[in-house]
Design a binder for this molecule. Structure first.
Ligand code: C5P
Length: 254
Protein backbone atom coordinates (compact mmCIF):
# COMPACT_ATOMS: atom_id res chain seq x y z
CA UNK A 1 0.00 0.00 0.00
CA UNK A 2 1.21 3.50 -0.75
CA UNK A 3 1.85 5.91 2.15
CA UNK A 4 0.97 8.93 -0.05
CA UNK A 5 -1.94 10.76 1.60
CA UNK A 6 -5.05 11.31 -0.50
CA UNK A 7 -5.09 14.67 -2.38
CA UNK A 8 -7.53 16.28 0.09
CA UNK A 9 -5.01 15.89 2.95
CA UNK A 10 -2.01 17.31 1.10
CA UNK A 11 -0.97 20.86 2.02
CA UNK A 12 -2.33 23.19 -0.63
CA UNK A 13 0.18 25.31 -2.61
CA UNK A 14 0.47 28.98 -1.56
CA UNK A 15 -2.21 31.15 -3.14
CA UNK A 16 -2.19 34.52 -4.87
CA UNK A 17 -4.86 37.01 -3.79
CA UNK A 18 -5.84 40.39 -5.23
CA UNK A 19 -6.81 43.22 -2.85
CA UNK A 20 -8.89 45.93 -4.54
CA UNK A 21 -9.11 49.21 -2.59
CA UNK A 22 -12.45 50.67 -3.70
CA UNK A 23 -13.32 52.93 -0.77
CA UNK A 24 -12.45 56.27 -2.40
CA UNK A 25 -15.06 58.96 -2.98
CA UNK A 26 -13.63 60.02 -6.35
CA UNK A 27 -14.23 63.75 -5.87
CA UNK A 28 -12.05 64.65 -8.91
CA UNK A 29 -14.54 62.80 -11.13
CA UNK A 30 -17.29 65.27 -10.20
CA UNK A 31 -20.49 64.77 -8.19
CA UNK A 32 -22.19 61.37 -8.09
CA UNK A 33 -21.78 57.86 -6.67
CA UNK A 34 -18.44 56.71 -5.15
CA UNK A 35 -16.01 56.31 -8.05
CA UNK A 36 -15.87 52.51 -7.96
CA UNK A 37 -19.64 52.34 -8.40
CA UNK A 38 -19.77 54.62 -11.47
CA UNK A 39 -20.99 52.90 -14.62
CA UNK A 40 -18.72 51.99 -17.51
CA UNK A 41 -20.42 50.39 -20.52
CA UNK A 42 -23.45 49.75 -18.29
CA UNK A 43 -21.43 47.89 -15.61
CA UNK A 44 -19.94 49.39 -12.41
CA UNK A 45 -16.24 50.21 -12.67
CA UNK A 46 -15.57 47.97 -9.65
CA UNK A 47 -17.05 44.92 -11.40
CA UNK A 48 -14.73 45.53 -14.36
CA UNK A 49 -11.76 45.73 -11.96
CA UNK A 50 -12.80 42.51 -10.14
CA UNK A 51 -13.23 40.69 -13.45
CA UNK A 52 -9.81 41.93 -14.59
CA UNK A 53 -8.19 40.34 -11.50
CA UNK A 54 -10.26 37.14 -11.58
CA UNK A 55 -9.39 36.70 -15.27
CA UNK A 56 -5.87 35.78 -14.20
CA UNK A 57 -5.56 32.06 -13.49
CA UNK A 58 -2.93 32.98 -10.89
CA UNK A 59 -5.54 34.76 -8.73
CA UNK A 60 -7.76 32.51 -6.59
CA UNK A 61 -9.13 35.10 -4.15
CA UNK A 62 -10.28 38.70 -4.64
CA UNK A 63 -10.70 40.92 -1.55
CA UNK A 64 -12.75 44.05 -2.26
CA UNK A 65 -12.30 46.93 0.18
CA UNK A 66 -15.63 48.77 0.16
CA UNK A 67 -16.45 52.30 1.36
CA UNK A 68 -16.60 52.20 5.22
CA UNK A 69 -20.43 52.04 5.28
CA UNK A 70 -20.84 50.43 1.85
CA UNK A 71 -19.90 46.76 2.35
CA UNK A 72 -23.52 45.45 2.14
CA UNK A 73 -24.09 47.38 -1.11
CA UNK A 74 -20.85 46.05 -2.62
CA UNK A 75 -21.71 42.46 -1.56
CA UNK A 76 -25.07 42.89 -3.27
CA UNK A 77 -23.31 44.15 -6.40
CA UNK A 78 -21.07 41.07 -6.51
CA UNK A 79 -24.13 38.80 -6.22
CA UNK A 80 -25.82 40.61 -9.11
CA UNK A 81 -22.98 40.25 -11.61
CA UNK A 82 -21.48 37.16 -13.22
CA UNK A 83 -17.97 36.46 -11.91
CA UNK A 84 -15.64 33.49 -12.50
CA UNK A 85 -16.63 30.63 -10.18
CA UNK A 86 -13.13 29.27 -9.63
CA UNK A 87 -12.29 32.47 -7.69
CA UNK A 88 -13.30 33.27 -4.07
CA UNK A 89 -14.56 36.76 -3.17
CA UNK A 90 -14.52 38.67 0.12
CA UNK A 91 -15.80 42.17 0.90
CA UNK A 92 -14.45 44.21 3.84
CA UNK A 93 -15.11 47.82 4.89
CA UNK A 94 -12.32 50.31 4.10
CA UNK A 95 -10.80 53.30 5.87
CA UNK A 96 -10.24 57.04 5.56
CA UNK A 97 -7.14 56.76 3.34
CA UNK A 98 -6.09 54.34 0.62
CA UNK A 99 -3.24 53.13 2.86
CA UNK A 100 -5.72 52.21 5.62
CA UNK A 101 -8.04 50.55 3.12
CA UNK A 102 -5.23 48.33 1.79
CA UNK A 103 -4.19 47.42 5.36
CA UNK A 104 -7.78 46.39 6.18
CA UNK A 105 -7.82 44.26 3.02
CA UNK A 106 -4.54 42.57 4.04
CA UNK A 107 -5.96 41.75 7.48
CA UNK A 108 -8.73 39.75 5.81
CA UNK A 109 -6.35 37.42 3.92
CA UNK A 110 -6.34 33.72 4.86
CA UNK A 111 -3.04 32.18 5.99
CA UNK A 112 -2.32 30.27 2.79
CA UNK A 113 -1.97 33.46 0.70
CA UNK A 114 1.71 34.09 -0.11
CA UNK A 115 1.49 36.57 -3.00
CA UNK A 116 -0.67 39.71 -2.94
CA UNK A 117 -1.65 41.92 -5.86
CA UNK A 118 -2.99 45.36 -4.93
CA UNK A 119 -5.17 46.83 -7.66
CA UNK A 120 -7.03 50.14 -7.78
CA UNK A 121 -10.75 49.82 -8.55
CA UNK A 122 -10.09 52.99 -10.54
CA UNK A 123 -8.09 50.99 -13.16
CA UNK A 124 -10.94 48.86 -14.51
CA UNK A 125 -9.47 47.94 -17.90
CA UNK A 126 -6.05 46.48 -17.07
CA UNK A 127 -5.43 43.55 -19.47
CA UNK A 128 -4.99 40.06 -18.02
CA UNK A 129 -1.48 39.76 -19.52
CA UNK A 130 -0.30 42.62 -17.30
CA UNK A 131 -1.84 40.96 -14.20
CA UNK A 132 -0.18 37.64 -15.10
CA UNK A 133 3.21 39.29 -15.70
CA UNK A 134 3.17 41.01 -12.29
CA UNK A 135 2.13 37.83 -10.45
CA UNK A 136 4.79 35.80 -12.29
CA UNK A 137 7.55 38.28 -11.39
CA UNK A 138 6.68 38.00 -7.68
CA UNK A 139 6.57 34.20 -7.86
CA UNK A 140 10.01 34.37 -9.53
CA UNK A 141 11.39 36.04 -6.40
CA UNK A 142 10.92 39.83 -6.55
CA UNK A 143 9.47 41.10 -3.23
CA UNK A 144 7.71 44.02 -4.97
CA UNK A 145 6.75 44.44 -8.64
CA UNK A 146 5.27 47.51 -10.29
CA UNK A 147 3.87 47.79 -13.82
CA UNK A 148 4.83 51.15 -15.31
CA UNK A 149 5.14 53.07 -18.56
CA UNK A 150 7.58 55.70 -19.86
CA UNK A 151 6.21 59.25 -19.77
CA UNK A 152 4.98 61.22 -22.78
CA UNK A 153 5.30 64.57 -20.98
CA UNK A 154 8.43 66.11 -19.54
CA UNK A 155 8.07 66.50 -15.75
CA UNK A 156 9.05 69.56 -13.68
CA UNK A 157 9.54 69.60 -9.93
CA UNK A 158 8.16 72.90 -8.60
CA UNK A 159 7.76 74.87 -5.40
CA UNK A 160 3.95 74.61 -5.06
CA UNK A 161 2.12 77.96 -4.94
CA UNK A 162 -1.53 78.95 -4.46
CA UNK A 163 -3.81 77.68 -7.28
CA UNK A 164 -3.31 79.78 -10.43
CA UNK A 165 -0.10 81.45 -9.15
CA UNK A 166 3.20 80.95 -11.05
CA UNK A 167 5.30 78.16 -9.49
CA UNK A 168 9.12 78.35 -9.50
CA UNK A 169 10.78 75.32 -11.13
CA UNK A 170 13.24 73.48 -8.88
CA UNK A 171 14.36 70.68 -11.20
CA UNK A 172 13.70 68.85 -14.48
CA UNK A 173 14.34 65.11 -14.05
CA UNK A 174 15.66 63.29 -17.13
CA UNK A 175 12.48 61.99 -18.76
CA UNK A 176 14.06 58.77 -20.05
CA UNK A 177 14.65 57.68 -16.42
CA UNK A 178 11.05 58.29 -15.29
CA UNK A 179 8.14 55.82 -15.28
CA UNK A 180 4.46 56.35 -14.50
CA UNK A 181 3.38 53.52 -12.21
CA UNK A 182 0.15 51.59 -12.45
CA UNK A 183 -1.54 48.69 -10.69
CA UNK A 184 -1.80 45.80 -9.98
CA UNK A 185 1.37 46.03 -7.92
CA UNK A 186 2.54 42.61 -6.77
CA UNK A 187 4.13 41.68 -3.45
CA UNK A 188 5.53 38.93 -1.42
CA UNK A 189 2.91 38.99 1.36
CA UNK A 190 5.44 39.29 4.16
CA UNK A 191 7.11 42.35 2.55
CA UNK A 192 3.79 44.16 2.07
CA UNK A 193 2.50 43.34 5.56
CA UNK A 194 5.72 44.57 7.11
CA UNK A 195 5.51 47.80 5.09
CA UNK A 196 1.96 48.40 6.30
CA UNK A 197 2.95 47.61 9.89
CA UNK A 198 6.02 49.90 9.90
CA UNK A 199 5.13 52.85 7.65
CA UNK A 200 2.81 55.17 9.61
CA UNK A 201 -0.09 56.93 7.88
CA UNK A 202 1.21 60.43 7.20
CA UNK A 203 -1.32 63.05 6.06
CA UNK A 204 -3.33 61.50 3.22
CA UNK A 205 -1.28 58.29 3.54
CA UNK A 206 0.81 56.50 0.93
CA UNK A 207 -0.66 56.53 -2.60
CA UNK A 208 1.58 53.69 -3.70
CA UNK A 209 2.22 50.41 -1.87
CA UNK A 210 5.52 49.77 -3.63
CA UNK A 211 6.78 53.11 -2.29
CA UNK A 212 6.16 51.82 1.24
CA UNK A 213 8.18 48.67 0.56
CA UNK A 214 10.94 50.88 -0.92
CA UNK A 215 11.06 52.85 2.33
CA UNK A 216 11.90 49.61 4.15
CA UNK A 217 14.95 49.30 1.87
CA UNK A 218 13.60 46.25 0.04
CA UNK A 219 14.14 46.00 -3.75
CA UNK A 220 11.27 47.03 -6.01
CA UNK A 221 11.28 46.26 -9.74
CA UNK A 222 9.33 47.71 -12.65
CA UNK A 223 7.82 45.56 -15.42
CA UNK A 224 6.10 46.89 -18.55
CA UNK A 225 2.66 48.35 -17.84
CA UNK A 226 -0.13 48.82 -20.39
CA UNK A 227 -1.81 51.92 -21.80
CA UNK A 228 -5.24 50.42 -21.01
CA UNK A 229 -4.33 50.20 -17.30
CA UNK A 230 -4.80 53.97 -16.94
CA UNK A 231 -6.54 55.33 -13.84
CA UNK A 232 -10.02 56.80 -14.21
CA UNK A 233 -9.62 60.04 -12.26
CA UNK A 234 -11.18 62.92 -14.21
CA UNK A 235 -14.30 63.14 -16.41
CA UNK A 236 -12.23 62.81 -19.63
CA UNK A 237 -10.87 59.45 -18.40
CA UNK A 238 -14.45 58.10 -18.42
CA UNK A 239 -14.76 59.06 -22.10
CA UNK A 240 -11.49 57.24 -22.88
CA UNK A 241 -12.58 54.18 -20.87
CA UNK A 242 -15.89 53.98 -22.78
CA UNK A 243 -13.94 54.22 -26.06
CA UNK A 244 -11.59 51.38 -25.01
CA UNK A 245 -14.59 49.20 -24.08
CA UNK A 246 -16.30 49.99 -27.40
CA UNK A 247 -13.13 49.01 -29.28
CA UNK A 248 -12.88 45.74 -27.33
CA UNK A 249 -16.51 44.92 -28.07
CA UNK A 250 -16.00 45.65 -31.79
CA UNK A 251 -12.86 43.47 -31.85
CA UNK A 252 -14.63 40.65 -29.99
CA UNK A 253 -17.41 40.71 -32.59
CA UNK A 254 -20.23 41.75 -30.21
O1 C5P B 1 -7.99 58.60 -5.05
P1 C5P B 1 -7.20 57.66 -5.90
O2 C5P B 1 -7.66 57.65 -7.31
O3 C5P B 1 -5.72 57.74 -5.75
O4 C5P B 1 -7.60 56.22 -5.33
C1 C5P B 1 -6.95 55.05 -5.75
C2 C5P B 1 -7.73 53.84 -5.26
O5 C5P B 1 -7.75 53.82 -3.82
C3 C5P B 1 -9.20 53.87 -5.72
O6 C5P B 1 -9.53 52.57 -6.21
C4 C5P B 1 -9.94 54.23 -4.46
O7 C5P B 1 -11.26 53.68 -4.39
C5 C5P B 1 -9.07 53.64 -3.35
N1 C5P B 1 -9.25 54.29 -2.04
C6 C5P B 1 -9.64 53.53 -0.93
N2 C5P B 1 -9.84 54.11 0.31
C7 C5P B 1 -9.68 55.44 0.45
C8 C5P B 1 -9.27 56.25 -0.65
C9 C5P B 1 -9.04 55.64 -1.89
O8 C5P B 1 -9.84 52.30 -1.06
N3 C5P B 1 -9.95 55.97 1.64
Amino acid sequence: MSSTPPPADRPRPPRTAAVIPAAGRGVRLGPGAPKALRMLGGTPMLIHAIRAMAASRAVSLVVVVAPPDGAPEVKHLLDEHALPERTDYLVVPGGETRQESVRLGLEALPEDVAVVLVHDAARPLVPVDTVDAVAAAVRDGAPAVVPALPLADTVKEVEPAAPGEPEPVLATPVRARLRAVQTPQGFDREALERAHAEVAVDGEGATDDAGMVERLGRPVVVVPGHEEAFKVTRPLDLVLAEAVLARRRANDGF
